[in-house]
Design a protein around this ligand. Structure first.
Ligand code: SF4
Length: 291
């Protein structure tokens, strides 16, 4: 695929996103800013966002954990378990910390569809844990589409009555949608918070750094779209609009950031964008392969 057509606005936003995040990472490397405590709660979801984080490159997850945050609680990667793990969670609430939540929040039966811990013989629901930490955190980040807008966890028929983080907390939540969330969006946002504070967000509270431009605006197949040359079958290397591509209504920097350390991305692999970072995903994006 040689064709490339990118609008000047997209190029400008792309450059400023890279330079701002790189500046933040540089400042952390030179120790101008100190690490901040962080809790990463996994609520109702597939844990795909923490797995995605482990794929981070430049900086990688080791840099994230050693230099940027003191991750006191995350049930997938912390060493402690049981009550002592939850005590770490409770101790962190008395400090300055940021909260990252992965997954939607189940509301049915007072949240009993998702128990995240047991402490002094009491079941702690994700709903309870999110409220405890969310009310005290300096910043709250919804990592992934389920936490940002309900996502697959809240898709029809939603038996556990899942909802997004903003519906549970009476405070501002920075949304980082994506199924999963690209690790660069998480680490970039946290880097920005550590060095400069809250990043500029759009009307859906997504950092403009990463969600400011549609995929369509910087898609390497855009010239085919402009000329009306559309793929009829999956595998054809032209515009996949008529195969259901949701790039025109999905705002992320996937065309430039790509995935797995920049190896590839869905459209680069002849797969239409399914709009996983769109707030209407998945119900509003279906069927995935149809104009
Ligand atoms: S419709 Fe999809 S494949 Fe076509 S230019 Fe837009 S984002 Fe690219």
């Amino acid at each position: 695929m040689k064709s490339k057509e990118t609008c000047p606005l997209a190029q400008h936003k792309e450059l400023s996103a890279f330079s701002l995040v790189n500046e933040a990472i540089r400042s952390i490397k030179t120790r101008e800013n100190s690490k901040i405590n962080a809790i990463w709660l996994e609520a109702t979801g597939c844990s795909g966002n923490i797995i995605s984080l482990l794929n981070a490159t430049n900086p990688d997850v080791t840099f994230f954990l050693r230099e940027m945050v003191n991750l006191t609680y995350n049930n997938s990667i912390m060493a402690e378990e049981g009550e002592s793990a939850f005590e770490q969670f409770l101790r962190t609430l008395e400090t300055e910390f940021i909260l990252l939540v992965d997954g939607a929040v189940a509301l049915k039966n007072n949240g009993n569809y998702n128990i995240v811990a047991k402490y002094k013989d009491k079941d702690i629901t994700a709903l309870e844990a999110v409220k405890m930490a969310g009310e005290r955190a300096k910043y709250v980040l919804a990592v992934g589409t389920c936490a940002s807008s309900g996502g697959i966890s809240a898709a029809r028929p939603n038996p556990s009555e899942c909802t997004n983080l903003s519906n549970v907390l009476k405070r501002e939540v920075i949304n980082l949608p994506g199924c999963p969330c690209n690790p660069a969006w998480v680490i970039g946002t946290v880097a920005y918070i550590i060095t400069k504070g809250k990043p500029e967000v759009d009307s859906s509270n997504r950092p403009i750094l990463f969600y400011g431009v549609t995929i369509h605006d910087r898609c390497p197949r855009r010239s085919f779209f402009n000329k009306g040359i559309f793929a009829k079958n999956l595998g054809e290397e032209t515009c996949m609009f008529k195969l259901g591509c949701r790039g025109p209504i999905t705002r992320t920097d996937c065309p430039t950031m790509k995935w797995n350390g920049g190896v590839n991305w869905p459209i680069g692999d002849n797969t239409p964008c399914i709009g996983c970072a769109n707030f209407a995903f998945p119900d509003g994006m279906e069927p995935f392969v149809k104009y």
